[in-house]
Design a binder for this molecule. Sequence first.
Ligand code: G6P
Length: 612
Amino acid sequence: MCGIVGYFGNNDAVPLLIKGLKRLEYRGYDSAGLAIMSGDSFMVNKKAGKVAELESLVSESGLTGSVGIGHTRWATHGEPSDLNAHPHTDYTGKFALIHNGIIENYAALKKLLEKKGVEFRTQTDTEVLVQLISTIYHEEDTTFQSAVTSALEKIVGTYGIIVMCSDVPNQLIAARLGSPLVLGVGEGEYFIASDASPLVEYTRNVIYLGESECLFIGDDGYEIKKLGNSESINKKVSRIDFTLEEIEKGNYPHFMLKEIYEQEHTIVDTMRGRLLLDEGTVHLGGIQDHLLRIERARHFYITACGTSWHAALIGKYILEEFAGIPVHVEYASEFRYRELIIDSQSVVIAISQSGETADTLAAIQKAKEKGCLTFGICNVVGSSISRETDCGIYTHAGPEIGVASTKAFTAQVSVLYMLALHLGRKNGFSKKDGIALTHALHNLGDRVIDVLNQSDHILTIAKETMDANNYLYLGRGTNFPVALEGALKLKEISYIHAEGYPAAEMKHGPIALIDEKLPVVFLAPHDQTYEKVLSNIQEVKARKGKVITVTDKITPELESLSDHLIEVPVSHPRTFPILATIPLQLLAYHLAVLRGCDVDMPRNLAKSVTVE
Ligand code: G6P
């Protein structure tokens, strides 16, 4: 949520920052801006709209310089406008600041500053911070560094910031609390960004800033200190684990489509080296040191947001079924504020693609305070959640850029299958069943291709239903969360209202919506719920609803009841929820494209929600 990028070196910062902002645009895209230091002053260009609009403005203004900061915004305080876009400057015009996060005590600070005569130009919380820095700097006649750090000590809330000061043109200061920041260490040049994607083109050496850490970059290099402490911290330089190619669209029209197709490999990559095919179990290195505590846990909580929360729900079904362990699934935003019965015998699993979602991070912090063992399932290596948790399993799906999560979801579900299988094997899941499941999981790539090959067929279905204003998704058991995820995908990118429901629950409300205009997507594999789902399909058909059925085997009764059928061939019934997710992703994608929506940057959404 909001992308920030900074450059300090000998090259022209402008094209580097514009490119960096484009790579970070998935974090927020309602306005963008740059501040570039030139001599002993800086110039600011900012614009409502996408980074491309800022780019045109910048090319007209002829901005150049070798130190600069850039921001792409997802509005919290104040509407998206040229004025509210970052960077924000202070009343003397000496400071420029970009910010990701929320300053919770901004109203009180603003009042205080207004009493001192500071005039505010925007409605943003960020302007309060830059005015505060400036006020301290001038009132206390102090240095740039101490003005920034003492302002930060007065802040309640979250921030990832970069600040520049025209009195000290050869210095950049960055700091984080709750919003990610990474330093890229190049040859005589430094990059700062919200994540590593803008840096990978220039350096693979990065340092992830920790909570309350401040970074000072100047002609002599960089220094990192904890806020309120004058000692330098020596931090490990890590290597970026993905390539430039992985964060580019290649020949695909959208990142989302690329990422849907990548599932042929990503699902398998998630499980690579972890499946023990001959033993019918798995090896999960990242939780090895804590296995005993996990195996003896009284119960599990899984906490997450958005799509990751749907993966958590699938996890509940399979963990309870395979391993007989009670699992509670909680939205992280609820978990963090609710009275929960958790203690040192509880395992709290946080699922997060980005590893930066503010609510999920806070949930983990709460679980730690309560003495629980915390366990992360994250995609981004080195992310905050992966560092905050006691142990974890990376999904290894590669960078996900499309705002609507696709490959990360199937990777998360794959991890949960492996965890359920591991715990299940300790708890009565037979070796024979384990071998059958591990082999099916190992061979999922080929089955994914079978599904992807139906993209044109799904496009035809999309064409026939593209005018519908509502969609219903129904499934039972592990396919209920798949229905929820199918509905979420559609809502996110096509703005068609969609709901997911347990199929039988339809009778308690949604059935009122059914008429000849309503497409109803059924997940109907031939498992123990098949006959029941078939009855639900009959109920929809009786009310003239348009039935789209996703099944593992087309049967005459399904043919007669369905307007459209999508066959997802499985080699093991348990793999149906993973595979059945993919046609729903494709359906949402095609519908959104047909309706002219911006698939990769849907309105109002952000990929990484780093504010509450
Ligand atoms: C945002 C994204 C979703 C994502 C959710 C949780 O809402 O748009 O795609 O599922 O955040 O993100 P996380 O990174 O924690 O999985």
